[in-house]
Design a protein around this ligand. Sequence first.
Ligand code: PLP
Length: 397
Amino acid sequence: MRRVYLDHSATTPVDPEVATIMMTYYTEKYGNPSSVHGFGRESKQALEQARNQVAELIGATPKEITFTSGGTEADNLAILGIAEALRKKGKHIITSCIEHHAVLETCEYLEKNGFDLTVIPVDEEGVLSIDDVRKALRPDTILISVMHANNEVGSIQPISEIGKLAKEQGIVFHVDAVQSLGKIPINVEEMKVDLMTVSGHKIYGPKGVGALYVRKGVRIVPLVHGGGQERKRRSGTENTPGIIGFGKACELAGQRMADDAKLQKKLRDKLMNGILERIEYVKVNGPLGEKRLPNNVNVSIRYVEGESLLLSLDMLGIAASSGSACTSGSLDPSHVLLGMGLIHEIAHGSLRFSLGRQNTEEDIDYVLEQLPKIVERLRMMSPLYDQVIHSKQLNKE
Ligand code: PLP
């Protein structure tokens, strides 16, 4: 059976070049980077090279990069670290309603512990407005945390405008760039960002490694205390092979970004238009064109359940993801789709396809061949769809 992986926003395979270099640091060059001997120095040198590679991809300096165990930890470190550092200055935090849970839950945790939280809405395309951010500002606002690109619908946020506003107001600005890294250009200077979260496994690097960019001069209180690694910002022996793999993945992403984006945009549009042409009652979620990540397709297919679609696709070897938060064991519709104004019933029938480097035209053809058949079969079992067909016939008569 053909296998088509279209869930690259969940995770990507590790690039073979990345895997090869990592293996060396597991089996041959395994020194602890804090050790003074040759083995240690060898690891330390490679660690610093990785720091350079990550910094370069986002326009930062290496000293501004703190390695973490992934995007979730970096989001926590940014938000909790600033809240703790600026507790005496103010207690108001601004975020958006489409953030990843790593940001939302962390902000909500702070809200339960004496901070005030304003959650900015988004429009029907999943994009927030700078005016809403401006309106939310208070004299005691200490942090604005907004993602660069959304993981479900691929909407790209006006980061530079928010950065400008935050800078004018002297407010720390954190950006979760886990989904945009390596897909669209990032420059922390131009975007006027103070803190930025990135992660390895979305860019053909390993899982369990990420980083937080911390602008020079911005103070954060660490979450993890111990041996004082990572300039005292994140104690614990560094995941050297993982970090080195992440660095290599950043280097490759920088080299391949333009070509990857070109190909993925073509496949994205082919898939999106193909679904719209072949299936009735479909809505595209998120913006079109340049305001959307090159690799994201998100559609709501009416009169079918997203989970049933996913299972049927999976049986045919196609991996996608749905608009329901099944991570929590529940099937609640996604907070992102609801935040964009979708009603529960439509949000439930949502599918996300996220493209990657290995995908081909043939992969898309296969999905376009199988998906309409699946939808037709599932709709045949839907009492709601039955009513729709019935009333259509009555209208004709
Ligand atoms: N932020 C966003 C936007 C994400 O999409 C993800 C992962 O899906 C994360 C944060 C968490 O990153 P990690 O899986 O590295 O903890």
